[in-house]
Design a protein around this ligand. Structure first.
Ligand SMILES: C[S@@+](CC[C@H](N)C(=O)[O-])C[C@H]1O[C@@H](n2cnc3c(N)ncnc32)[C@H](O)[C@@H]1O
Length: 288
């Protein structure tokens, strides 16, 4: 593995790489489209019930939560939400985001909120007897130590067979899945579930006999022809491999193989002049 370190161990590099991803991918737009068109249809049995308990796991800055919860407010006028995130900075931003919408929208008057600065693992330890009607996790299951245990705990906290869980996660048909399947053994390992894709999650749900659906959400990450010498190209490769300075620090042979796969038509397609890496997501809707 020749000195490769996980991208998550280098905050500065991670932020640069993540910003290249944000600038060049349709991920947020694709998620928002799914939330606006399909979320409420997917959880239609919750409709009309008041005083429901919701749990947002790994809320980040809360911006996506606002979009999710505003959609739900159209069918349920009153609910309580608990936001859980271990990052002090993120939960602070989440508080600000939610305070701003609450201050500006009457619809939010009947939404009670609670913020918990903790991992979902620690939250479960303290709250295993609490029950929730709707639990959602957006792009966060990569960061837990044991995603199978977390899924089991989440199912345990769902109130009954009418409760819903939603996970938005990298699809097993995406370019990431191809790269990780072929090379994760030679990419940096840490104690998180970095290289987990949607089928790993649905396989675990199946072992717990949880009914689920898995819908593909199309999304692209525009990458660059020259991934080896341009800074943006290198940062895009870091994001895909989850390894910091992969092009510069990886074994030459490994770097060549990974770049070839990234550019191959099993991971990317051309749209005009742009090379579009398959950034497809899965929306997994599940029950207890
Ligand atoms: C990629 S961000 C996604 C944020 C947000 N859900 C979104 O989609 O915009 C992942 C979030 O998971 C949080 N996280 C990391 N480990 C976690 C854990 N063990 N339990 C709960 N959240 C965690 C991080 O702090 C981060 O805010």
């Amino acid at each position: 593995m020749s000195g490769l370190v996980s991208l998550y161990a280098d905050e500065d590099r991670y932020m640069k790489s993540f910003n290249v991803f944000l600038k060049n991918s349709s991920e947020h737009a694709s998620m928002i489209k799914w939330i606006k068109h399909s979320l409420c249809k997917s959880i239609n049995n919750l409709e009309g019930c008041a005083d429901k308990e919701f749990l947002s796991v790994g809320s980040g800055n809360g911006e996506l939560d606002v979009i999710i919860l505003e959609e739900i407010l159209k069918i349920i006028p009153r609910f309580n939400v608990t936001f859980v995130d271990p990052s002090h900075e993120q939960i602070d931003k989440c508080k600000t985001t939610i305070a701003m919408v609450k201050a500006n929208s009457k619809a939010w008057d009947q939404v009670k909120v609670e913020f918990v600065e903790d991992t979902i693992e620690a939250f479960y330890e303290e709250n295993s007897m609490r029950r929730f009607d709707f639990i959602y996790m957006v792009q966060m299951l990569y960061y837990v130590k044991d995603y199978k245990q977390v899924l089991q705990n989440i199912l345990g906290m769902m109130r009954d067979s009418k409760s819903y869980g939603i996970i938005l996660h990298v699809s097993s048909n995406s370019g990431y899945a191809k790269v990780w399947k072929n090379f994760s053994g030679r990419l940096p390992q840490n104690d998180s579930c970095n290289y987990v894709t949607a089928n790993d999650i649905t396989n675990v749900l199946a072992t717990f006999h949880s009914p689920y659906s898995n819908t593909e959400i199309s999304s692209d990450f525009k990458i660059f022809e020259d991934l080896l010498t341009t800074e943006e190209g290198k940062l895009a490769v870091d994001f895909i491999t989850e390894a910091a300075y992969f092009v510069d620090n990886g074994d030459k042979g490994l770097v060549e193989d990974v770049i070839d796969l990234i550019k191959s038509n099993s991971c990317s397609r051309y749209s005009g002049d742009a090379l579009c890496f398959n950034n497809n997501l899965s929306s997994i809707v599940f029950r207890k």
